[in-house]
Design a protein around this ligand. Structure first.
Ligand code: TTP
Ligand code: MG
Length: 357
């Protein structure tokens, strides 16, 4: 029996700041770009739960967050504390959290800075898995003074939805036999991958809740949504992946960099990607592998939308020049309208080589 867990830190960036600045404990806190007295152009990275009560969330324009704070003040409530994003600090905390999780599970997939999937099949039962997760939560609270929410289920899909089910500081267990019912009454939007566009398409077909998806056959869903419709057919039934991808098993070598400032400056991006390619090539040379066939890049935009592109060459390669050239070719379309029509700024670039020989 597979038992998969998913952990997601609560109001992560804001919680770290609240912890480190005793003076602001309990206040509404927003971490994001500079509000500049209401004229700032960026967005909110995250808001703590007190600020969410004012209607401020991740990706809310910072100018709107400012207005909502002013409004609250007029009503006699505390104003929002606005703080800058400190990635280095959150990255360091993230590593500590991942270490704690890693002590309790042999397989951990780090899905983002504040979330991870981990395998608890070895626990043998949901009851035992729950105890492991209670230990992890307690250790995070003691050592890092932060809270996390955890979900346990038969696959990644259920674990992820379960971890978001009772936030903050939640622990939700959904056994395989209950998975389908657990999802049934939730809005279709609750399924990972169903974004605003898919939601509109589904609503057009009368689909509001996850259980409504089940009225449609696989073929019908494929007609509405393409290949992704088939995924949705299974997801609506609580069926999902159980394979976790750890760095070690990925059989790839990769590097990524988050920039101090989001940018679309092509010279800068080319240079950073070339540097990352050099680091990857160094690791490749030290590895047991003789050549690679596939080069991939990851591009994360300022709104956290993340895209990947890869190219598999006809012949295996083993030169740094080829690696750089392939990577830059993959990056180009993200700098113009081909893959970035809204000219979104880039916050992270990654490069990866696979298919070794
Ligand atoms: P989330 O886990 O999505 O959000 P959260 O941890 O702040 O709150 P929750 O309790 O609901 O889990 O994202 C983790 C961190 O990633 C978040 O603290 C800040 C950052 N982030 C952004 O910078 N922009 C975004 O749009 C989102 C969604 C997250
Ligand atoms: Mg979180």
């Amino acid at each position: 029996m597979k038992i998969i867990a998913h952990i997601d830190m609560d109001a992560f960036f804001a919680a770290v700041e609240e912890r480190d600045r005793p003076g602001i404990k309990g206040m509404p806190i927003v971490v994001g770009s500079d509000p500049a007295g209401g004229t700032g152009r960026g967005v909110v990275s995250t808001a703590n739960y007190a600020a969410r009560k004012y209607g401020i969330f991740s990706a809310t324009p910072i100018s709107k967050a400012w207005k909502l704070s002013e409004k609250a003040k007029k009503e006699g409530k505390p104003g929002v504390i606005f703080l800058e994003v400190d990635f280095a600090k959150y990255g360091a905390v993230s590593r500590k959290i991942m270490e704690i999780v890693g002590k309790h599970s042999p397989i951990v997939e780090e899905a983002s800075i504040d979330e991870a999937y981990f395998d608890l099949s070895h626990a043998g039962s949901y009851e035992k898995a729950k105890e492991v997760c209670q230990k992890i939560k307690a250790e995070i609270r003691e050592k890092e003074n932060l809270t996390a929410s955890v979900g346990i289920g038969p696959n990644k899909l259920i674990a992820k939805i379960a971890s978001g089910f009772q936030k903050p500081d939640g622990l939700t267990i959904v056994e395989e036999k209950d998975a389908e019912d657990f999802l049934a009454e939730m809005p279709a939007r609750a399924l990972p991958g169903v974004g605003p566009k898919t939601e509109i398409l589904l609503k057009g077909k009368g689909i509001e809740k996850i259980k409504d998806i089940k009225k449609f056959s696989k073929d019908q869903l494929e007609e509405i949504l393409g290949k992704w419709g088939i995924d949705l057919y299974y997801k609506a039934r609580g069926i999902g992946e159980t394979e976790l991808v750890t760095e070690y098993e990925a059989k790839s070598i990769g590097e990524q960099e988050t920039f101090m400032k989001d940018t679309l400056e092509s010279n800068f991006l080319f240079e950073r990607l070339a540097k990352a390619a050099e680091r990857v090539f160094e690791r490749f040379k030290r590895s047991e592998f003789k050549s690679f066939k596939t080069v991939g890049i990851t591009v994360r935009f300022s709104d956290f939308e993340t895209k990947t592109s890869a190219h598999t060459m006809k012949e295996p390669a083993n030169s740094q020049g080829v690696l750089k050239k392939e990577a830059l070719k993959l990056l180009m379309p993200y700098l113009d309208s081909r893959k970035n029509p809204k000219k979104k700024l880039i916050r992270l670039l990654g490069i990866r080589i696979t298919q070794f020989q």
